[in-house]
Design a protein around this ligand. Structure first.
Ligand SMILES: Cc1ncc(COP(=O)(O)O)c(C=O)c1O
Length: 449
């Protein structure tokens, strides 16, 4: 219900004062916790509380301060971060170089005029052209992964004059209406059907099926503008395709003049042990989408990077064919520039490869010991999944881990697959501490069975 301006002023000042606080007394913590839970219940999403409750023993924990190697909640409890904000914190939490660069930018200008030229955006676009595979050259900046995917779809349509797409049955590309047309999960799609027409979902990694789909689309005169794939399906539980899949996909695309979009929102920027996951197979996409870690763990930033051919029709004739007021703003691009610098300077991809191999080896031993509960582990770099025998066991393990100060989560509504996606900067100490907690958690869950 609408309040008076005076009341809103008072409440917003209270919020500003809380943001300014570095510490709180015990009473203040209790009062603020009750206030936040109440706000979630009334104004954000009560379902979120219920869902978190089932995944954690204390759903009232409030995030408060991030450190480079983990973070503290308001009650001063430290967490080992095995979740990494679902891939946002690849650089660790508040990396000093990223924070300093953003502060330097903030001391001059926050958002841009959207009329004069924007230096940061230009420099980051050049950096992306310099690090991405093949002939990727131009970048359109946005703020979320979903927006980057939307941009990629429109670009592909304009570049080819075609309107259809092929994607993986279990791919995840976001939840706006365009991106959702590609995202496979029926539960998120059904209420919004029909969406983009002519999207074919094919089993991921099955090249023969894909080839037959393209052949039949060609036969009936409905060739797609593009194929869009996550190089490794992350959201559904880290599905890694056969090594020859993407090289063959590239050839097939070339044969039929279909564009290849690599959605690297999750797999990109070092996560899988290479700068981009397509680098594992030396495949060069026509369009590459990036987000999550793109803002260095400090700002929201996403990018749709493409070849000259893809940009030509999309932007040359009318540079406003696609636009966003705040996407690629100076603060976000400052974070992105520093993030790329740190990524290369600290060899975060190499760190992901080494630490991922270490973690997988140790996890394999635990999986063998508790194979009735943890039925499989899969992973590449630091994108790893533990597959449990059912949802319930997955939740129990996450709850046990939370009780031991290690943060993990299921995938949206499913706890059978629990991803391990820590900052790429995670220390071996935190890996080992997490493994020790996991062993105890598995033993506790096994004892309940
Ligand atoms: C591969 C992929 N694409 C797109 C998205 C959507 O990104 P966002 O949640 O930033 O909109 C995600 C999010 O998890 C993703 O993993």
């Amino acid at each position: 219900m609408r309040k008076t301006e005076k009341e809103v002023l008072e409440y917003s000042q209270h919020a500003i004062d809380i943001i300014a606080k570095k510490e709180m007394t015990k009473e203040e913590i209790e009062a603020f916790t009750a206030e936040v839970v109440d706000n979630f219940n009334n104004f954000v999403n009560p379902g979120t509380l219920e869902y978190r409750k089932s995944a954690a023993d204390d759903y009232t924990s409030i995030e408060w301060i991030d450190e480079k190697d983990g973070f503290y909640d308001l009650k001063g409890r430290k967490y080992i971060d095995w979740l990494g904000g679902f891939g946002v914190f690849s650089h660790g939490h508040r990396h000093p170089k990223v924070v300093e660069t953003v502060k330097n930018q903030l001391s001059k200008q926050a958002l841009g005029s959207a009329e004069l030229l924007d230096g940061n955006r230009s420099m980051l676009a050049k950096i992306l052209a310099d690090v991405t595979p093949g002939d990727l050259k131009y970048t359109f900046f946005t703020s979320s992964g979903t927006e980057a995917v939307e941009c990629a779809l429109k670009m592909a349509m304009m570049a080819t004059g075609r309107h259809y797409f092929i994607t993986g049955t279990q791919d995840f590309h976001g939840k706006s209406l365009g991106a959702l047309s590609l995202t496979g999960k029926g539960v998120y799609r059904e209420p919004f059907l029909p969406m983009l027409q002519g999207v074919r979902h094919v089993p991921f990694g099955d090249f023969d099926y894909l080839k037959k789909t393209v052949e039949s689309m060609a036969y009936i005169g409905e060739l797609p503008a593009a194929m869009i794939f996550e190089p490794i399906e992350g959201e559904i539980g880290v599905i890694i395709p056969p090594d020859d899949y993407f090289p063959k996909v590239r050839e097939l695309c070339d044969e039929y003049d279909i564009l290849l979009i690599a959605d690297e929102v999750q797999t990109g920027l070092g996560r899988t042990g290479k700068l981009f996951a397509v680098d594992h197979w030396d495949v060069k996409p026509d369009i590459l989408t990036l987000a999550k870690a793109m803002g260095g763990g400090v700002m929201p930033l996403s990018a749709c990077v493409c070849t000259e051919r893809c940009y030509e029709k999309f932007m040359y004739d009318n540079p406003w064919m696609h636009s966003t007021t705040t996407g690629g703003n100076p603060l976000a691009c400052a974070a992105g520039i520093a993030g790329m610098n740190v990524m290369l300077e600290e060899d975060l991809s190499g760190q992901a490869a080494e630490k991922g191999a270490y973690l997988m080896e140790k996890l394999a031993v635990l999986q063998e010991k508790y194979k009735d509960i943890m039925v499989e582990i899969r992973g590449k770099g630091l994108l790893i999944v533990m597959v449990f025998c059912d949802d319930e066991k997955g939740y129990q393990v996450v709850t046990e881990m939370f009780g031991r100060g290690v943060l993990l989560s299921g995938t949206e509504t499913n706890a059978r697959c629990i991803r391990i996606e820590p900052p790429l900067t995670i220390t071996y100490e935190h890996i080992d501490a997490g493994l020790a907690a996991l062993e105890e958690s598995l033993a506790a869950v096994a004892a309940k069975a």
